[in-house]
Write a protein that binds this ligand. Structure first.
Ligand code: SAH
Ligand code: SF4
Length: 358
């Protein structure tokens, strides 16, 4: 039985590995505990962030990602400024509380100016009501500062794999894909004042449960404010596809991802944890399952429909043929199914961040 581990104040690596391997009654206990910790610390509300997939143009070549620079099969797009504004208005009208702007990584003054302006316009059109999260990769401190000053206040930058050797197997070995640079960016984001979110992919080739335990300890050590993590899903037009026969089955990756969410909730009781889209790609009600056992953030897609099919980071990405209205209609029932309620119109900032800074 694992109840003695679940009652500890601090989990060590060995404890986490045991929890990651939990099955049957032990697994049930783990999920009961994480669900309770969630309700006691961040409550039963799920906060919404409308996700705008701004562009699939990317200067990087991560081995796992479907929109990597060298994938010539992808039709590249940029959502127009006008469409971004329309999407933000939709989020406001739907009472989503926040938007997330995510895109491939582009480091250019044009792109930096553009995002700065978009952030300002979204703040303006919503009278400051919409919270803004960015997820636009590695940038300089100056660029982060400008985006923060414009009104964005959260930033998502996954470490992808906190083990340097594993990271090196997932990325080209060049300056454009430096592990240290990614770590430094997380520090810069915190310095600038953002609520910082990070996360990893789960079920990657070469990844062990020990790696995953270290990932959770990494997040704790970095005292992150938010986390988004989900299963790795292979994409045929990427180099890592060559390892497809060395992967654990999708269902197992999914279960492992749920366990990661549950354990992180127990380790970091007051952070925000997203129920990620990749969970839904494997299990139709995967995000709802994550909400039940510890997640409290959902990111409904509000990217204009015509672009959705081209933002395929991985295969079987759900809802690429739906409109924002369809998503809005679908969410309410889904959250109820997860036994939670929606925090309409609220920012739902990370309690951990607020506790540290106020
Ligand atoms: N370019 C930015 C943001 C867009 S990518 C960045 O990389 O930070 C967003 C996330 O998609 C990445 O952090 C990665 O964890 C995830 N992702 C990419 N390819 C994936 C795959 N094949 N399976 C699961 N998640 C993937
Ligand atoms: Fe680009 Fe992000 Fe995909 Fe890497 S994970 S290739 S940075 S979009």
């Amino acid at each position: 039985m694992i109840s003695h581990i679940l009652n500890k104040d601090n989990l060590n690596k060995q404890d986490i590995v045991k929890l990651l391997l939990a099955e049957g009654d032990d697994l049930r206990l783990l999920f009961e505990k994480s669900s309770q910790v969630k309700n006691d610390n961040v409550g039963n509300k799920v906060y919404l962030r409308g996700l705008i997939e701004l562009s699939n143009i990317c200067s990087k070549n991560c081995y796992y990602c479907g929109i990597r620079r060298d994938n010539k099969k992808v039709e590249r797009y940029n959502v127009s400024d006008n469409e971004v504004i329309e999407a933000a208005k939709f989020a406001l009208k739907s009472n989503y509380g926040s938007v997330v702007i995510q895109s491939g990584e582009i480091q250019s003054s044009n792109n930096s100016d553009r995002i700065e302006n978009l952030v300002k316009q979204i703040k303006e059109l919503s009278g400051g009501k919409l919270g803004i999260t960015l997820s636009c990769g590695e940038q300089t401190e100056d660029v982060y500062q400008r985006w923060y000053n414009a009104g964005a206040h959260r930033y998502l930058l996954r470490i992808e794999a906190s083990n340097k050797e594993l990271y090196a197997k997932l990325h080209p070995n060049d300056n454009n894909h430096s592990f240290e640079k990614r770590l430094e960016c997380l520090s810069l984001l915190r310095k600038v004042g953002f609520q910082i979110g990070t996360g990893v992919m789960i079920g990657l080739p070469f990844q062990t449960v020990e790696h995953l335990a270290d990932d959770l300890l990494f997040m704790k050590e970095k005292d992150i404010d938010m986390c988004g993590m989900g299963p790795y899903i292979e994409h045929a037009d990427t180099p890592l596809y060559s390892e497809r026969n060395n992967l654990i089955p999708l269902e197992e990756r999914f279960r492992l991802a749920l366990k990661m969410v549950a354990i992180l909730r127990i380790m970091m009781q007051d952070i925000n944890i997203a129920a990620t889209t990749a969970l839904q790609a494997i299990d139709k009600i995967g995000r709802e399952k994550a909400i039940r056992i510890g997640a409290n953030i959902l990111m409904p897609n509000i990217t204009p429909g015509i672009y959705r099919d081209s933002y395929k980071l991985y295969e079987n990405k759900p809802c690429t043929d739906e409109s924002s209205e369809d998503c809005a209609n679908c969410i309410e029932g889904r959250i109820k199914l997860a036994g939670a309620e929606i925090g309409y119109g609220e920012w739902g900032d990370s309690k951990r961040f607020l506790g540290r800074t106020t």
